[in-house]
Design a protein around this ligand. Sequence first.
Ligand SMILES: Cc1cc2nc3c(=O)[nH]c(=O)nc-3n(C[C@H](O)[C@H](O)[C@H](O)COP(=O)(O)OP(=O)(O)OC[C@H]3O[C@@H](n4cnc5c(N)ncnc54)[C@H](O)[C@@H]3O)c2cc1C
Length: 431
Amino acid sequence: MPSGDYLWRVNDHAKSIRDIRRHSRLDAEAYDEFSKMMTPMCRFVKPMLSMVPPDPTTLNPKDLKQLHFLLQRFRELSSDERYTLVQLMTMSSADFLDQWFETDVLKATMSASGIIGTFLGIRSPGTAYVLLHHYMGEIDGAFRSWGFSRGGTGAISNAIAGAAREAGVEIRTKAPVGKILTKNGRACGVALQSGEELSANVVSSSVDPHLTFEKFLEPSELPADFLEGVRRYKFRGSSGKVNLALDALPNFKSLPGPGAHLRGAISISPSMEYMERAYDDAKYGRYSRRPYIDMVIPSVTDPSVAPPGKHVLSCFVQYAPYKLAEGTWDDQKKLLATTSSTPSPSMHPTSKTSLSAARSSPRSTSSANLASRRAIFSGRAFPRTTLLPSSRRRLGLLPHTHPQPIYVRLCHAPRRRHHGRQRPHRQPGHP
Ligand SMILES: Cc1cc2nc3c(=O)[nH]c(=O)nc-3n(C[C@H](O)[C@H](O)[C@H](O)COP(=O)(O)OP(=O)(O)OC[C@H]3O[C@@H](n4cnc5c(N)ncnc54)[C@H](O)[C@@H]3O)c2cc1C
Protein backbone atom coordinates (compact mmCIF):
# COMPACT_ATOMS: atom_id res chain seq x y z
CA MET A 1 0.00 0.00 0.00
CA PRO A 2 1.24 3.59 -0.55
CA SER A 3 1.26 4.03 3.25
CA GLY A 4 3.81 1.20 3.55
CA ASP A 5 1.20 -1.10 5.13
CA TYR A 6 -0.16 -4.32 3.65
CA LEU A 7 -3.23 -6.52 3.83
CA TRP A 8 -2.58 -10.24 4.13
CA ARG A 9 -5.28 -12.85 3.44
CA VAL A 10 -4.35 -16.49 3.83
CA ASN A 11 -6.17 -19.81 3.57
CA ASP A 12 -6.59 -19.74 7.35
CA HIS A 13 -9.84 -17.82 7.67
CA ALA A 14 -9.22 -16.76 11.29
CA LYS A 15 -5.80 -15.33 10.38
CA SER A 16 -7.27 -13.37 7.45
CA ILE A 17 -9.94 -11.93 9.71
CA ARG A 18 -7.26 -10.92 12.24
CA ASP A 19 -5.36 -8.99 9.59
CA ILE A 20 -8.51 -7.37 8.19
CA ARG A 21 -9.39 -6.29 11.75
CA ARG A 22 -6.16 -4.21 11.77
CA HIS A 23 -7.80 -2.15 9.01
CA SER A 24 -11.45 -2.25 10.09
CA ARG A 25 -13.32 -4.06 12.84
CA LEU A 26 -16.57 -3.84 10.83
CA ASP A 27 -14.93 -5.39 7.79
CA ALA A 28 -13.55 -8.30 9.81
CA GLU A 29 -17.11 -9.04 10.90
CA ALA A 30 -18.55 -8.62 7.40
CA TYR A 31 -15.77 -10.77 5.86
CA ASP A 32 -16.96 -13.71 7.87
CA GLU A 33 -20.55 -13.23 6.69
CA PHE A 34 -19.40 -12.58 3.13
CA SER A 35 -17.48 -15.87 2.97
CA LYS A 36 -20.47 -17.76 4.34
CA MET A 37 -22.75 -16.12 1.75
CA MET A 38 -20.51 -16.90 -1.24
CA THR A 39 -20.53 -20.67 -0.63
CA PRO A 40 -24.28 -21.19 -1.38
CA MET A 41 -23.90 -18.80 -4.35
CA CYS A 42 -21.14 -21.02 -5.80
CA ARG A 43 -23.17 -24.15 -5.11
CA PHE A 44 -26.15 -22.66 -6.94
CA VAL A 45 -24.31 -21.43 -10.03
CA LYS A 46 -21.62 -24.08 -10.52
CA PRO A 47 -23.83 -26.87 -11.97
CA MET A 48 -25.30 -24.33 -14.41
CA LEU A 49 -21.91 -23.80 -16.05
CA SER A 50 -21.97 -27.22 -17.64
CA MET A 51 -25.61 -26.95 -18.80
CA VAL A 52 -26.90 -25.74 -22.15
CA PRO A 53 -28.99 -22.81 -20.90
CA PRO A 54 -32.70 -23.65 -21.25
CA ASP A 55 -34.81 -21.41 -23.46
CA PRO A 56 -37.52 -19.80 -21.30
CA THR A 57 -39.70 -19.05 -24.37
CA THR A 58 -40.04 -22.62 -25.60
CA LEU A 59 -42.44 -25.46 -24.77
CA ASN A 60 -39.79 -28.04 -25.46
CA PRO A 61 -40.06 -30.59 -22.59
CA LYS A 62 -36.28 -30.77 -22.15
CA ASP A 63 -35.98 -27.00 -21.69
CA LEU A 64 -39.05 -26.91 -19.44
CA LYS A 65 -37.58 -29.67 -17.28
CA GLN A 66 -34.33 -27.77 -16.92
CA LEU A 67 -36.15 -24.52 -16.17
CA HIS A 68 -38.15 -26.30 -13.50
CA PHE A 69 -34.94 -27.69 -12.02
CA LEU A 70 -33.41 -24.19 -11.88
CA LEU A 71 -36.53 -22.57 -10.42
CA GLN A 72 -36.75 -25.30 -7.83
CA ARG A 73 -33.18 -24.66 -6.75
CA PHE A 74 -33.78 -20.90 -6.73
CA ARG A 75 -36.78 -21.40 -4.45
CA GLU A 76 -34.64 -23.45 -2.09
CA LEU A 77 -32.39 -20.44 -1.47
CA SER A 78 -33.20 -18.20 1.48
CA SER A 79 -34.52 -14.71 0.67
CA ASP A 80 -31.11 -13.19 1.56
CA GLU A 81 -29.42 -15.62 -0.80
CA ARG A 82 -31.85 -14.89 -3.63
CA TYR A 83 -31.30 -11.21 -3.18
CA THR A 84 -27.50 -11.63 -3.23
CA LEU A 85 -27.71 -13.86 -6.30
CA VAL A 86 -29.64 -11.24 -8.27
CA GLN A 87 -27.07 -8.64 -7.22
CA LEU A 88 -24.20 -10.88 -8.32
CA MET A 89 -25.81 -11.30 -11.72
CA THR A 90 -26.41 -7.61 -12.31
CA MET A 91 -23.94 -5.42 -10.41
CA SER A 92 -20.33 -4.35 -10.78
CA SER A 93 -17.85 -5.97 -8.42
CA ALA A 94 -17.04 -2.53 -6.95
CA ASP A 95 -20.70 -1.75 -6.18
CA PHE A 96 -21.28 -5.22 -4.81
CA LEU A 97 -18.29 -5.03 -2.47
CA ASP A 98 -19.12 -1.45 -1.46
CA GLN A 99 -22.20 -2.83 0.24
CA TRP A 100 -20.15 -5.17 2.39
CA PHE A 101 -16.87 -3.46 3.20
CA GLU A 102 -15.37 -0.08 3.93
CA THR A 103 -11.58 -0.69 3.61
CA ASP A 104 -10.47 0.54 0.21
CA VAL A 105 -7.52 -1.83 -0.19
CA LEU A 106 -9.65 -4.84 0.80
CA LYS A 107 -12.32 -3.93 -1.74
CA ALA A 108 -9.67 -3.25 -4.39
CA THR A 109 -7.97 -6.60 -4.03
CA MET A 110 -11.27 -8.48 -3.84
CA SER A 111 -12.73 -6.64 -6.82
CA ALA A 112 -9.75 -7.81 -8.88
CA SER A 113 -11.41 -11.22 -9.06
CA GLY A 114 -14.21 -9.48 -10.96
CA ILE A 115 -11.97 -8.35 -13.80
CA ILE A 116 -9.41 -11.13 -14.25
CA GLY A 117 -9.41 -12.16 -17.90
CA THR A 118 -12.27 -9.74 -18.58
CA PHE A 119 -12.22 -6.61 -20.71
CA LEU A 120 -14.20 -4.63 -18.15
CA GLY A 121 -13.37 -2.42 -15.19
CA ILE A 122 -14.26 -3.03 -11.55
CA ARG A 123 -17.11 -0.50 -11.92
CA SER A 124 -18.59 -2.20 -15.02
CA PRO A 125 -21.93 -3.98 -14.44
CA GLY A 126 -21.54 -7.74 -14.78
CA THR A 127 -18.19 -7.97 -13.02
CA ALA A 128 -19.81 -9.08 -9.75
CA TYR A 129 -20.60 -12.33 -11.57
CA VAL A 130 -16.95 -12.69 -12.66
CA LEU A 131 -15.99 -12.30 -9.01
CA LEU A 132 -18.31 -15.19 -8.16
CA HIS A 133 -16.91 -17.14 -11.10
CA HIS A 134 -13.44 -16.99 -9.55
CA TYR A 135 -14.83 -18.08 -6.19
CA MET A 136 -15.98 -21.26 -7.90
CA GLY A 137 -12.44 -22.45 -8.60
CA GLU A 138 -11.73 -25.31 -6.27
CA ILE A 139 -9.13 -27.88 -5.32
CA ASP A 140 -10.47 -31.07 -3.77
CA GLY A 141 -13.78 -29.41 -2.93
CA ALA A 142 -12.25 -26.30 -1.30
CA PHE A 143 -13.68 -23.27 -3.13
CA ARG A 144 -11.46 -20.30 -3.96
CA SER A 145 -8.30 -22.43 -4.08
CA TRP A 146 -5.36 -22.08 -6.42
CA GLY A 147 -2.25 -24.21 -6.72
CA PHE A 148 1.07 -24.59 -8.48
CA SER A 149 1.84 -27.55 -10.67
CA ARG A 150 5.19 -29.13 -9.84
CA GLY A 151 7.57 -28.55 -12.74
CA GLY A 152 5.61 -25.52 -13.98
CA THR A 153 2.45 -25.27 -16.07
CA GLY A 154 4.11 -27.17 -18.92
CA ALA A 155 4.23 -30.21 -16.64
CA ILE A 156 0.43 -30.48 -16.98
CA SER A 157 0.62 -30.50 -20.80
CA ASN A 158 3.45 -33.03 -20.62
CA ALA A 159 1.45 -35.25 -18.26
CA ILE A 160 -1.54 -35.18 -20.65
CA ALA A 161 0.77 -35.87 -23.59
CA GLY A 162 2.41 -38.76 -21.70
CA ALA A 163 -0.98 -40.32 -20.90
CA ALA A 164 -2.10 -39.90 -24.51
CA ARG A 165 1.07 -41.51 -25.89
CA GLU A 166 0.66 -44.38 -23.48
CA ALA A 167 -2.84 -44.89 -24.92
CA GLY A 168 -1.31 -45.06 -28.42
CA VAL A 169 -1.80 -41.46 -29.55
CA GLU A 170 0.72 -39.95 -31.96
CA ILE A 171 1.37 -36.27 -31.19
CA ARG A 172 2.81 -33.99 -33.86
CA THR A 173 4.11 -30.53 -33.12
CA LYS A 174 5.23 -27.82 -35.56
CA ALA A 175 2.50 -29.04 -37.88
CA PRO A 176 0.08 -26.11 -38.22
CA VAL A 177 -3.35 -26.91 -39.58
CA GLY A 178 -4.41 -24.89 -42.64
CA LYS A 179 -7.90 -26.25 -43.32
CA ILE A 180 -10.47 -28.65 -41.93
CA LEU A 181 -11.50 -31.02 -44.71
CA THR A 182 -15.19 -31.78 -45.21
CA LYS A 183 -17.21 -34.30 -47.18
CA ASN A 184 -21.03 -34.24 -47.50
CA GLY A 185 -21.25 -31.60 -44.80
CA ARG A 186 -19.11 -33.52 -42.28
CA ALA A 187 -15.54 -32.92 -41.11
CA CYS A 188 -13.39 -35.74 -42.46
CA GLY A 189 -9.82 -34.63 -41.73
CA VAL A 190 -7.37 -31.75 -41.80
CA ALA A 191 -4.94 -30.31 -44.34
CA LEU A 192 -1.68 -29.10 -42.80
CA GLN A 193 -0.10 -25.87 -44.01
CA SER A 194 2.67 -28.04 -45.46
CA GLY A 195 0.07 -29.53 -47.81
CA GLU A 196 -0.09 -32.91 -46.09
CA GLU A 197 -3.63 -34.23 -45.58
CA LEU A 198 -4.75 -36.37 -42.65
CA SER A 199 -8.12 -38.10 -42.67
CA ALA A 200 -10.15 -38.66 -39.51
CA ASN A 201 -13.63 -39.63 -38.34
CA VAL A 202 -13.61 -36.91 -35.71
CA VAL A 203 -11.87 -33.51 -35.82
CA SER A 204 -11.57 -31.88 -32.42
CA SER A 205 -10.32 -28.30 -32.35
CA SER A 206 -8.98 -26.52 -29.26
CA VAL A 207 -8.20 -23.26 -31.04
CA ASP A 208 -10.74 -20.47 -30.72
CA PRO A 209 -14.10 -20.51 -32.60
CA HIS A 210 -13.00 -17.72 -34.94
CA LEU A 211 -10.04 -19.73 -36.19
CA THR A 212 -11.95 -23.00 -36.24
CA PHE A 213 -15.03 -21.82 -38.11
CA GLU A 214 -13.92 -18.70 -39.96
CA LYS A 215 -10.38 -19.61 -41.00
CA PHE A 216 -10.27 -23.39 -41.19
CA LEU A 217 -13.65 -23.75 -42.95
CA GLU A 218 -15.19 -22.08 -45.97
CA PRO A 219 -18.26 -19.89 -45.21
CA SER A 220 -20.32 -22.03 -47.60
CA GLU A 221 -19.74 -25.05 -45.36
CA LEU A 222 -21.62 -23.60 -42.40
CA PRO A 223 -25.21 -22.42 -41.86
CA ALA A 224 -25.30 -18.63 -42.37
CA ASP A 225 -26.90 -17.87 -38.99
CA PHE A 226 -24.38 -20.07 -37.18
CA LEU A 227 -21.52 -18.24 -38.90
CA GLU A 228 -23.10 -14.93 -37.99
CA GLY A 229 -23.19 -16.08 -34.35
CA VAL A 230 -19.49 -16.97 -34.49
CA ARG A 231 -18.66 -13.55 -35.96
CA ARG A 232 -20.48 -11.86 -33.09
CA TYR A 233 -18.81 -14.02 -30.46
CA LYS A 234 -17.11 -11.57 -28.08
CA PHE A 235 -13.42 -12.28 -27.73
CA ARG A 236 -11.17 -9.64 -26.23
CA GLY A 237 -7.88 -10.58 -24.61
CA SER A 238 -7.33 -8.18 -21.71
CA SER A 239 -4.33 -9.51 -19.85
CA GLY A 240 -0.72 -10.47 -20.26
CA LYS A 241 1.95 -12.45 -18.52
CA VAL A 242 5.40 -11.10 -17.69
CA ASN A 243 7.87 -13.68 -16.46
CA LEU A 244 10.99 -12.39 -14.73
CA ALA A 245 14.18 -14.27 -13.93
CA LEU A 246 15.44 -13.10 -10.53
CA ASP A 247 18.88 -13.24 -8.94
CA ALA A 248 17.31 -13.04 -5.49
CA LEU A 249 13.93 -13.02 -3.82
CA PRO A 250 12.03 -9.74 -3.84
CA ASN A 251 12.21 -7.78 -0.61
CA PHE A 252 9.10 -5.80 0.26
CA LYS A 253 9.34 -2.74 2.51
CA SER A 254 6.09 -3.57 4.24
CA LEU A 255 7.15 -7.15 5.03
CA PRO A 256 10.95 -7.24 4.69
CA GLY A 257 12.93 -10.40 4.14
CA PRO A 258 11.81 -13.87 3.13
CA GLY A 259 8.64 -15.30 4.60
CA ALA A 260 5.38 -17.10 4.02
CA HIS A 261 4.02 -14.10 2.10
CA LEU A 262 6.36 -14.98 -0.79
CA ARG A 263 4.73 -18.39 -1.18
CA GLY A 264 1.32 -17.02 -2.17
CA ALA A 265 -0.04 -14.52 -4.67
CA ILE A 266 1.08 -10.91 -4.20
CA SER A 267 -1.45 -8.47 -5.52
CA ILE A 268 -0.69 -4.92 -6.59
CA SER A 269 -4.16 -3.44 -6.20
CA PRO A 270 -3.74 -0.61 -3.68
CA SER A 271 -7.07 1.17 -4.20
CA MET A 272 -10.33 1.06 -6.11
CA GLU A 273 -9.33 4.17 -8.00
CA TYR A 274 -6.03 2.57 -9.04
CA MET A 275 -7.93 -0.42 -10.41
CA GLU A 276 -10.43 1.65 -12.37
CA ARG A 277 -7.71 3.89 -13.79
CA ALA A 278 -5.87 0.81 -15.04
CA TYR A 279 -9.01 0.07 -17.07
CA ASP A 280 -9.20 3.65 -18.37
CA ASP A 281 -5.97 3.06 -20.31
CA ALA A 282 -7.28 -0.18 -21.80
CA LYS A 283 -10.55 1.38 -22.95
CA TYR A 284 -8.55 3.56 -25.31
CA GLY A 285 -6.33 0.76 -26.57
CA ARG A 286 -3.30 1.26 -24.31
CA TYR A 287 -1.79 -1.15 -21.82
CA SER A 288 -2.20 0.10 -18.24
CA ARG A 289 0.55 2.48 -17.20
CA ARG A 290 -0.15 1.45 -13.59
CA PRO A 291 -1.49 -2.10 -14.05
CA TYR A 292 -3.17 -4.48 -11.68
CA ILE A 293 -0.56 -7.18 -11.05
CA ASP A 294 -0.96 -10.55 -9.45
CA MET A 295 2.47 -12.08 -8.98
CA VAL A 296 3.62 -15.48 -7.84
CA ILE A 297 7.09 -16.90 -7.21
CA PRO A 298 6.67 -20.58 -8.03
CA SER A 299 10.38 -21.28 -7.42
CA VAL A 300 9.80 -20.76 -3.67
CA THR A 301 7.53 -23.81 -3.50
CA ASP A 302 9.12 -25.71 -6.40
CA PRO A 303 12.88 -25.02 -6.71
CA SER A 304 13.04 -27.23 -9.83
CA VAL A 305 11.74 -24.36 -12.00
CA ALA A 306 14.86 -22.15 -11.51
CA PRO A 307 18.63 -22.67 -11.22
CA PRO A 308 19.88 -23.14 -7.63
CA GLY A 309 19.57 -19.91 -5.63
CA LYS A 310 17.67 -18.12 -8.41
CA HIS A 311 13.96 -17.48 -8.76
CA VAL A 312 11.21 -16.91 -11.26
CA LEU A 313 8.55 -14.28 -10.75
CA SER A 314 5.45 -14.69 -12.84
CA CYS A 315 3.27 -11.59 -13.13
CA PHE A 316 -0.28 -11.68 -14.37
CA VAL A 317 -0.74 -8.17 -15.73
CA GLN A 318 -4.00 -6.45 -16.56
CA TYR A 319 -4.75 -4.58 -18.73
CA ALA A 320 -2.83 -5.52 -21.87
CA PRO A 321 -5.40 -5.22 -24.67
CA TYR A 322 -4.87 -7.49 -27.61
CA LYS A 323 -5.57 -4.67 -30.03
CA LEU A 324 -3.39 -1.63 -29.36
CA ALA A 325 -4.46 1.83 -30.51
CA GLU A 326 -0.85 2.63 -31.45
CA GLY A 327 2.13 0.44 -32.24
CA THR A 328 2.39 -3.29 -32.07
CA TRP A 329 3.06 -5.68 -29.23
CA ASP A 330 6.47 -6.44 -30.73
CA ASP A 331 7.65 -2.96 -29.82
CA GLN A 332 5.49 -2.51 -26.69
CA LYS A 333 6.13 -5.74 -24.82
CA LYS A 334 9.50 -4.63 -23.49
CA LEU A 335 7.81 -1.53 -22.03
CA LEU A 336 5.09 -3.66 -20.47
CA ALA A 337 7.75 -5.84 -18.82
CA THR A 338 9.43 -2.71 -17.41
CA THR A 339 6.12 -1.21 -16.26
CA SER A 340 5.13 -4.44 -14.57
CA SER A 341 8.36 -4.73 -12.65
CA THR A 342 8.06 -1.16 -11.29
CA PRO A 343 4.44 -0.13 -10.82
CA SER A 344 5.35 2.33 -8.06
CA PRO A 345 8.51 2.69 -5.99
CA SER A 346 6.46 3.23 -2.84
CA MET A 347 4.43 0.08 -3.16
CA HIS A 348 6.68 -2.34 -4.95
CA PRO A 349 10.10 -1.78 -3.41
CA THR A 350 11.69 -5.09 -4.16
CA SER A 351 15.36 -5.73 -3.73
CA LYS A 352 16.99 -3.52 -6.33
CA THR A 353 19.52 -6.13 -7.39
CA SER A 354 16.93 -8.76 -8.16
CA LEU A 355 14.70 -6.54 -10.22
CA SER A 356 17.38 -4.67 -12.08
CA ALA A 357 18.82 -8.04 -12.97
CA ALA A 358 15.40 -9.08 -14.09
CA ARG A 359 14.85 -6.05 -16.25
CA SER A 360 18.18 -6.29 -17.97
CA SER A 361 17.92 -10.01 -18.46
CA PRO A 362 16.98 -10.91 -22.02
CA ARG A 363 14.87 -13.69 -20.54
CA SER A 364 12.76 -11.21 -18.65
CA THR A 365 11.77 -9.20 -21.67
CA SER A 366 11.62 -11.90 -24.26
CA SER A 367 9.35 -13.90 -22.01
CA ALA A 368 6.74 -11.14 -21.79
CA ASN A 369 4.10 -13.47 -23.06
CA LEU A 370 1.11 -11.44 -24.09
CA ALA A 371 -2.37 -12.80 -24.12
CA SER A 372 -3.31 -13.47 -27.67
CA ARG A 373 -6.69 -12.50 -29.02
CA ARG A 374 -8.04 -15.40 -27.05
CA ALA A 375 -9.30 -14.37 -23.67
CA ILE A 376 -8.67 -16.49 -20.59
CA PHE A 377 -12.20 -17.85 -20.73
CA SER A 378 -11.98 -18.49 -24.50
CA GLY A 379 -14.71 -15.92 -24.87
CA ARG A 380 -16.34 -13.64 -22.36
CA ALA A 381 -17.35 -14.66 -18.85
CA PHE A 382 -20.48 -12.66 -18.29
CA PRO A 383 -23.83 -13.46 -16.65
CA ARG A 384 -25.75 -13.13 -19.91
CA THR A 385 -23.32 -15.09 -22.05
CA THR A 386 -22.68 -17.74 -19.43
CA LEU A 387 -26.14 -18.38 -18.10
CA LEU A 388 -28.71 -17.32 -20.69
CA PRO A 389 -29.45 -19.03 -24.00
CA SER A 390 -28.60 -17.33 -27.24
CA SER A 391 -31.40 -15.55 -29.07
CA ARG A 392 -31.51 -18.11 -31.86
CA ARG A 393 -31.66 -21.74 -30.89
CA ARG A 394 -29.54 -22.79 -33.84
CA LEU A 395 -26.57 -21.00 -32.36
CA GLY A 396 -26.56 -23.47 -29.51
CA LEU A 397 -24.12 -22.44 -26.83
CA LEU A 398 -22.62 -19.50 -28.65
CA PRO A 399 -23.14 -16.26 -26.72
CA HIS A 400 -24.45 -13.33 -28.71
CA THR A 401 -24.31 -9.56 -28.57
CA HIS A 402 -28.01 -8.98 -29.03
CA PRO A 403 -29.03 -6.99 -25.95
CA GLN A 404 -31.59 -9.13 -24.15
CA PRO A 405 -32.80 -7.23 -21.07
CA ILE A 406 -33.16 -9.27 -17.91
CA TYR A 407 -36.40 -8.29 -16.18
CA VAL A 408 -36.10 -8.79 -12.47
CA ARG A 409 -38.95 -7.92 -10.17
CA LEU A 410 -37.93 -7.69 -6.56
CA CYS A 411 -40.99 -8.06 -4.37
CA HIS A 412 -39.17 -7.27 -1.18
CA ALA A 413 -35.63 -6.82 -0.05
CA PRO A 414 -34.34 -8.84 2.86
CA ARG A 415 -34.22 -6.96 6.07
CA ARG A 416 -30.56 -7.52 6.87
CA ARG A 417 -29.23 -5.70 3.88
CA HIS A 418 -26.24 -4.29 5.73
CA HIS A 419 -25.52 -7.31 7.87
CA GLY A 420 -27.47 -6.09 10.84
CA ARG A 421 -25.37 -3.00 11.30
CA GLN A 422 -25.49 0.61 10.26
CA ARG A 423 -24.08 1.20 6.82
CA PRO A 424 -20.61 2.57 7.59
CA HIS A 425 -19.73 6.08 6.64
CA ARG A 426 -18.32 6.04 3.10
CA GLN A 427 -15.17 7.80 2.09
CA PRO A 428 -15.62 10.84 -0.16
CA GLY A 429 -15.79 9.80 -3.76
CA HIS A 430 -17.40 6.46 -2.97
CA PRO A 431 -21.07 5.73 -3.53
C1 LIG B 1 -2.65 -14.08 -19.48
C2 LIG B 1 -3.23 -15.42 -19.16
C3 LIG B 1 -3.07 -15.93 -17.89
C4 LIG B 1 -3.62 -17.17 -17.56
N1 LIG B 1 -3.41 -17.66 -16.28
C5 LIG B 1 -3.88 -18.88 -15.96
C6 LIG B 1 -3.61 -19.45 -14.66
O1 LIG B 1 -2.97 -18.85 -13.82
N2 LIG B 1 -4.10 -20.69 -14.38
C7 LIG B 1 -4.84 -21.38 -15.31
O2 LIG B 1 -5.25 -22.52 -15.03
N3 LIG B 1 -5.12 -20.88 -16.55
C8 LIG B 1 -4.64 -19.65 -16.88
N4 LIG B 1 -4.91 -19.13 -18.13
C9 LIG B 1 -5.80 -19.90 -19.03
C10 LIG B 1 -5.05 -21.02 -19.74
O3 LIG B 1 -3.88 -20.52 -20.33
C11 LIG B 1 -5.99 -21.61 -20.81
O4 LIG B 1 -7.20 -22.01 -20.20
C12 LIG B 1 -5.36 -22.81 -21.48
O5 LIG B 1 -4.13 -22.47 -22.03
C13 LIG B 1 -6.30 -23.31 -22.58
O6 LIG B 1 -5.68 -24.43 -23.18
P1 LIG B 1 -6.09 -24.94 -24.61
O7 LIG B 1 -5.23 -26.11 -24.92
O8 LIG B 1 -7.56 -25.10 -24.69
O9 LIG B 1 -5.77 -23.73 -25.58
P2 LIG B 1 -4.38 -23.04 -25.89
O10 LIG B 1 -3.45 -23.09 -24.73
O11 LIG B 1 -4.72 -21.72 -26.48
O12 LIG B 1 -3.78 -24.01 -27.02
C14 LIG B 1 -4.14 -23.91 -28.36
C15 LIG B 1 -2.92 -24.32 -29.16
O13 LIG B 1 -3.26 -24.37 -30.54
C16 LIG B 1 -2.13 -23.91 -31.28
N5 LIG B 1 -2.55 -23.49 -32.63
C17 LIG B 1 -2.98 -22.27 -33.07
N6 LIG B 1 -3.21 -22.29 -34.39
C18 LIG B 1 -2.94 -23.55 -34.82
C19 LIG B 1 -2.99 -24.19 -36.08
N7 LIG B 1 -3.37 -23.55 -37.20
N8 LIG B 1 -2.61 -25.49 -36.17
C20 LIG B 1 -2.24 -26.18 -35.06
N9 LIG B 1 -2.15 -25.63 -33.82
C21 LIG B 1 -2.52 -24.32 -33.72
C22 LIG B 1 -1.61 -22.74 -30.46
O14 LIG B 1 -0.26 -22.47 -30.81
C23 LIG B 1 -1.76 -23.31 -29.04
O15 LIG B 1 -0.60 -23.99 -28.64
C24 LIG B 1 -4.35 -17.90 -18.51
C25 LIG B 1 -4.52 -17.39 -19.80
C26 LIG B 1 -3.97 -16.16 -20.13
C27 LIG B 1 -4.15 -15.65 -21.55
